[in-house]
Design a protein around this ligand. Structure first.
Ligand code: URA
Length: 458
């Protein structure tokens, strides 16, 4: 048994260099103990190892593997270094085989890390302290994985002009406006408990509070209780629940003004938060959240059903066959796709695996409702003149209730959040029609609906 000691829990470079040398020397995974820090971890009296210098074999490592490893190294599972090394030493191309149990395990670890990264971005709350040099913002956060250093750049970019510190039980990071530095682990008591910044947060949160948040199960999933204690707005939940319904229609107006004109920043934060969404179980098998995209001042918002197979892989809405059909029809209707905000009623791909294929499955009522929060936030930020629903699932999302296309098509609809809705068929419906003449007619009708929508936005 030989030991490799890495310098820190998130020491990807250390793992990579050691793993490469060991794999080239064909050292078996069972021969290595991975540990962290001086005297870290292992109970076996393993000999510290001098890394092999002369390669006995060449090793080609796919870039995807390295990217995956870089994420997985941040996981809190002590087995992570060994699991990654097993993949590397056997065949790093194994990661293409999603049915491989080891690959599956490692991918789930990567997913958990990504979620933790997004949770930190969404749930860190700064409190203000004023010292001789002015205000300084301190946050306390308890991540599940070793993500703090990897996430630091995000906070530097987001809060470049502030002086801030994020304190965690593993490490503290500090930004003075120019330099990022690192300090020792902290405790919750090191961060201030209350301050005027909280008041701003509370106002913002109260203004965007939405009945969707009332579903305690969904709320807990998205905002686990362990984070609640560090979030000033949770103190408001009781009062907000009481007044939630009355606020529903005012919400759209207030959300945009509450972000103080920083619509772009609010949208980016929302998209990042949605990337970690666990409101319904669809996130588990899906590759990623496919969030809406397009200009935030668009007059028209198009809402599809859910990402398909290709969208799930690409991370962008309407890039597969339905997207091509939509592009053609938009073009004929004189609508510039680049001027439209395009999103989906449900933001994860729902499918049933059949062999190697993933067959589209319709989202159910629970999934549509769970995803409504994101649609409402997009609506509140973009405030389009017209929301066009493509198909029955989208019609349900925008109107808030189940209905058939034939009932709603061709009418201007008053939407629950305010604004006007318009319903037409989904482009995939056109692709499924078996009769060529019927398909051609349905396509002409679809284009006519889009033209009418264009006329409505003026
Ligand atoms: N179908 C949809 O409804 N949305 C997409 O993004 C792709 C296909």
């Amino acid at each position: 048994m030989r030991a490799v000691t890495l310098s820190a829990e998130d020491d990807f470079e250390g793992w990579r260099d050691a793993a490469r040398a060991l794999a080239q020397a064909q050292v078996a995974p069972s021969e290595i103990v991975w540990r962290v820090g001086e005297g870290g971890g292992d109970l076996f009296a393993a000999e510290p190892m001098a890394l092999p210098t002369a390669a006995t074999t060449t090793l080609k490592v796919p870039r995807d593997f390295l990217q995956l490893a870089q994420t997985v190294v941040l996981h809190s599972d002590p087995q992570r270094f060994a699991l990654l090394y097993t993949l590397l030493a056997t065949d790093p191309h194994r990661i293409e085989d999603r049915a491989d149990p080891l690959v599956r395990r490692v991918e789930l670890m990567a997913k958990a890390v990504r979620r933790d990264i997004h949770k930190m971005r969404a749930f860190v709350r700064f409190r203000e302290l004023v010292d001789d040099s002015g205000p300084r913002y301190i946050a306390w956060f308890e991540p599940e994985h070793h993500i703090v250093r990897a996430n630091a750049r995000f906070f530097v970019e987001r809060f470049a002009s502030m002086r801030w510190s994020i304190l965690t039980p593993e490490v503290s990071i500090h930004w003075d406006g120019k330099t990022l530095s690192e300090g020792p682990p902290a405790t919750r008591g090191d961060a201030p408990a209350d301050d005027p910044v909280e008041a701003v947060w509370k106002t913002y949160y109260a203004s965007i509070f939405n009945p969707a948040r009332l579903k305690t199960g969904a709320m807990l999933k998205e905002m686990p209780r362990k984070y609640w204690k560090n979030m000033p707005e949770t103190a408001l939940v009781k009062a907000l629940v009481a007044g939630a319904r009355a606020r529903e229609t005012a919400m759209v107006e207030t959300a945009r003004s509450a972000v103080g004109g920083n619509v772009e920043g609010a949208w980016t934060a929302l998209r990042d938060e949605a990337a970690a969404c666990t409101r319904c179980p669809l996130y588990k098998p899906a590759t990623q959240t496919v969030f809406g995209e397009g200009p935030l001042d668009a007059d028209m918002m198009l809402v599809g059903e859910q990402p398909g197979d290709q969208e799930d892989l690409a991370g962008c809405a309407f890039v597969g066959p339905a997207g091509q059909m939509l592009d053609k029809a938009l073009d004929e209707a004189g609508i510039d796709r680049a001027r439209v905000y395009l999103t989906n009623a449900v933001k994860h791909f729902k499918f049933e695996p059949r062999g190697k294929r993933r067959i589209h499955a319709k989202p159910d009522a629970g999934e549509i409702t769970a995803c409504r929060w994101w649609y409402e936030q997009e609506l509140a930020l973009v405030r389009p003149k017209l929301v066009v629903a493509l198909g029955a699932t989208a019609a349900w999302q925008i109107t808030g209730k189940a209905a058939t296309i034939s009932k709603l098509r061709g009418q201007q609809l008053a939407l629950p959040e305010g604004g006007t809705g318009w319903v037409t068929v989904h482009p995939s419906y056109l692709l499924r029609l078996p009769d060529a003449e019927a398909a051609a007619q349905a396509y002409r009708d679809f284009v006519a609906d889009l033209r009418a929508a264009r006329a409505l936005v003026g």
